[in-house]
Design a binder for this molecule. Structure first.
Ligand code: AVI
Length: 322
């Protein structure tokens, strides 16, 4: 067994292990993103089948002037632009020239990764104060006090990785964090032909499969487990009833996994998987544009505008407090 990584505390380890022991074993998708996982995700965004990234870039580039004008109309100048999960800060490049915020704050689990991206952004926009902050979206958001409107930028359809109830709660949190003046600019993947969705999560090169399987290596480091990726296969499908892609790892044959548990003072415990039994690793919900507009309104936003591509594959929404 590999030694557990000391980057997680006992509570988080306990949560991970409870998920592994659940009747339908599960792991939260945020555990995809160790260094290798983050790199594999970047490759996914370049694949022909994975249309969301390129489509959203095109929408932002084409409609940036309108988005800027709509923001100015709703709340005037932007004092603080906040991007949770900023990563390589590529998409915000479309917005900075039109929004000219006084401050840009990039939040990410890995602040070091974002700090690198900020170095070149700062060179291109010397008049904008920029900072990278290590923060997990599901926890406290350490935002500076800023006079004036706040705009949250949440691209990539990451909202799809939450259940609709969790998504509504997160949108309400964005609304509350605007503190009366500001908005949310958010990218959302739309419901479409299931063959297109299926291909996006089952690419021919097998990059999404590698991304999914890499989670097992990450788990081995986090909890000292002995998952062997070669015993598992990638399984992703579209569930039209739930409007979501489900990603799983499926046992190729009966197998046993062991890990170190704080509950048993570090002694090994584990579980068995029958052939075909799965570990559920991700949901990626898709919305109709109208359903997502309604969700934004439910969350408290007063006005919602949206831009979609010609195929209606993806939408960018601007939801404002007034
Ligand atoms: C980050 N998130 C929006 C991606 C998605 O499409 O749900 C993660 C991903 N999983 C497989 N491919 C991409």
């Amino acid at each position: 067994m590999t030694q557990p990584h000391d980057g997680i505390d006992d509570r988080e380890r306990g949560r991970l292990i409870a998920g592994l022991l659940a009747p339908q074993a599960q792991v939260a998708p945020r555990y995809f993103y160790d260094l290798a996982g983050a790199r594999l995700f970047e490759v996914i965004t370049l694949l022909d089948e994975y249309y969301p990234t390129v489509t959203e870039h095109r929408l932002l580039s084409r409609h940036a002037p309108e988005i800027g004008a709509a923001c100015a109309d709703a709340f005037g100048a932007c004092a603080l632009l906040v991007e949770p999960g900023a990563g390589s800060c590529e998409k915000v490049r479309h917005l900075l020239p039109v929004l000219q915020p006084a401050q840009y704050l990039a939040l990410d689990i890995s602040a070091e990764f974002v700090e690198l991206a900020l170095q070149s952004l700062r060179r291109d926009h010397p008049g904008i104060v920029m900072a990278a902050i290590a923060a997990d979206l599901t926890q406290h958001w350490p935002l500076p006090a800023a006079d004036g409107a706040r705009l949250f930028f949440y691209p990539g359809s990451s909202i799809g990785n939450f259940t609709p109830d969790e998504a509504r709660a997160l949108l309400a949190r964005f609304h509350a964090a605007c503190r009366g003046e500001g908005g949310l600019l958010i990218g959302v993947d739309l419901i479409k032909d299931s063959a297109v969705l299926h291909a996006a999560y089952n690419d021919a090169l097998g990059v999404t499969a590698a991304f999914n399987l890499n989670l097992l290596r990450h788990l081995n480091r986090l909890i000292g487990s002995d998952f062997r990726p070669q015993q598992w296969e990638h399984h992703a499908f579209y569930d039209a009833r739930e409007s979501r892609i489900e990603m799983h790892l499926r046992a190729r044959a009966p197998l046993a996994v062991r890990w170190q548990s704080p509950a048993t003072s570090g002694l090994a415990e584990g579980r068995e998987f029958a052939a075909g039994q799965t570990l559920h690793t991700e949901n990626s919900y898709k919305y109709t544009a109208d359903a997502f507009s309604a969700l934004l309104k439910d969350a408290g936003f007063a006005r919602v505008r949206r831009w979609t591509d010609a195929r209606d594959y993806f939408a960018v929404f601007l939801a404002t407090t007034c």
